[in-house]
Write a protein that binds this ligand. Sequence first.
Ligand SMILES: Nc1ncnc2c1ncn2[C@@H]1O[C@H](COP(=O)(O)OP(=O)(O)OP(=O)(O)O)[C@@H](O)[C@H]1O
Ligand SMILES: [Mg+2]
Length: 268
Amino acid sequence: MKTLLISSEKGGVGRTTIALNLAYALAKRGWRTSLVDLDPQGGVGRLLSPKVMQAPGLCQYALEGHPLPTLMYATRLKSLQVLPFGPSTPQERASMSVALGDGALLKQLLDELETSNDIVIFDAPSGFGPIVQGAYWNVDSVISPLRADPLTLRGIPQFLEQLAWIQEQREPLDIAGFIINMWDIQDPTSAEVVQEIQQSFPEPTLFRTMLPLDRQVMKAAAKGVPLGLLSRNLVPTASLFDQLAMECESKLSLIEKEPEDENFALVD
Ligand SMILES: Nc1ncnc2c1ncn2[C@@H]1O[C@H](COP(=O)(O)OP(=O)(O)OP(=O)(O)O)[C@@H](O)[C@H]1O
Ligand SMILES: [Mg+2]
């Protein structure tokens, strides 16, 4: 099982959007995938539906000892399940920082998911608070979205400093890479930022896939679906998430098992 954290210093850069759409794309490609919401704001639930937002989740697992299998929220894809953050009071959110900060509980959660998952994706809150740190102690890899605007460039050094600090304290963390999001094709400033990011982070630190600023993303969010479910017709940004999933397969060494049936064929 591989574990992936979607994390960034800044808020509003597209972590939850990428976490959901990447999880969907990987699940559609056959990987047994769980998306776990680490954000006390409950971004995943907020994106999906009020019902998911109100469903018990990580908070009830951590603070009330609810059994994990009863909390995993099924989706229309058999291979994709979601663990929402769960409803919480301000006091419970403070307790979650304490409960998850040393990473032990998240390790327990991952141990429980191990046999039934190929990949677990964590959607982190912004910054490097205790919950995020607890996740950093446990994951194999991290993806960090970079919003294609000038302020992003100013925030990168601090993020790299934090990563270096984490790297010093644990066995090497695999940086799956930065991913450019909300690249505004119409805006020359956005193009300049993209160019600067590409110069600062050559491959493999930067994903080849770049996600444009696309109104379809907001349309999908309004409907509570990943882009791949927005329409039967091709939504170009949905296919970019398929491409991102393929890049992740290669970066995370997600290796497909050979079909067990020797007579595996398209037709009889
Ligand atoms: N490529 C995109 N094109 C258009 N809108 C986008 C794109 N990516 C994300 N958004 C929109 O930007 C907003 C922020 O995205 P999202 O919630 O995924 O970011 P986040 O980093 O998880 O934010 P938060 O800090 O609140 O957790 C949302 O309204 C989302 O629909
Ligand atoms: Mg979010």
